[in-house]
Design a binder for this molecule. Sequence first.
Ligand code: F6R
Ligand code: MG
Ligand code: MG
Length: 379
Amino acid sequence: MMTTLTVIKADVGSIGGHVAPSRNLLDTISRHVARGMDDLISDFYVAHTGDDIAILMVHDKGVGHEEIHRLAWEAFKAGTATAQEQGLYGAGQDLLVDSFSGNVKGAGPAVAEMEFQPRANEPFLMFLADKTEPGAYNLPLYLAFADPMNTGGLLLSPEITKGFRFRVMDVSYTHGDRVIELATPEDLYNLAALLRDNDRFVVESIFSRHDGEQAAAVSTTRLHNIAGKYTGKDDPVMLVRVQKNFPATGEILAPYAIAHYVGGFMRGSHVGPLMPVKHGTGCSYFDGPPIVSGWGFCVKNGRLTEPVDLFDHPFWDAVRSRAADKAMEMRRQGFSGPAMLPYSELEYGGIVRILEKLEPRFTIRAAKKEAKETELVPA
Ligand code: F6R
Ligand code: MG
Ligand code: MG
């Protein structure tokens, strides 16, 4: 029997600023999703990272199924009512349309889904990130699925030496889904050329070239493309199947030891290191730093095991402390250069207005004497 995993996440309110949702809010959402256990879903799990709540659902309805999406949408609506009652900050913030029209894609919440024929044992990982953008997963996915310096399995395991097929989306294109497929190892440099630009090119999914099976699904929502203006960072979710014909769990996790710099720190407008954190971690320093949390599950006959916390291990304490150093180092330079995102990615239009106001105050000094023609000819 085919199984579908659907994770849908939204920020519908949090305590103390953009820090963490309330217990009440999480309970409301869990209670609402539980109603789907009668006839729609076979299991679910509600988690949060920073100010975002994710609903993981197991079912057999396939990807993009209206009733599954409606269940999550209505749970977030119910959560919004609780957030309003409690006076939480940003109540309902990621629900960008008034009424549900069949799919949460393009309506604000982030979604990642995969349908597959489960193996005899089916381990998979769920990642939730806050204060960052979908492209934050580009580098970890590139390293885990395409680089033998990270993933020894690319040399050692016959199932994965054939490489992977990456589907990459141009998220700046707003008239539809503009995608390209690249196969590694042949397209390695082409892939790197796209994935260096986290704001624009985002890995949407990855497939095994051994058996065509889907390995990963990433949410690619750009909230400012939907709302026409910035309404919060996109805080992406991701599902990854692991082991055997896919990289091992440890190979998927290893790149997070870099704590690479990503966009989304403070007001969605700064650059900070992606810190791997334990479950239930909120945000703090400079409304960040950008965080990622990891959940390991197995799924069988439509039921989930309890999760394991992938970043709850002494090893990651050392990484967290390095990430804190990297965050403070970048913060020392304030607004300067790479510390702040380019105009197109800034959360607020304030800088553009400042520049517009300054425009008439610029003067152009007397033009230099025209260079003689001979001086323009190269020697
Ligand atoms: C992402 C996040 C930030 C906020 C940003 C806006 O989870 O929380 O990107 O959207 O800090 O803050 P306000 O709402 O105060 O403008
Ligand atoms: Mg937020
Ligand atoms: Mg968030």
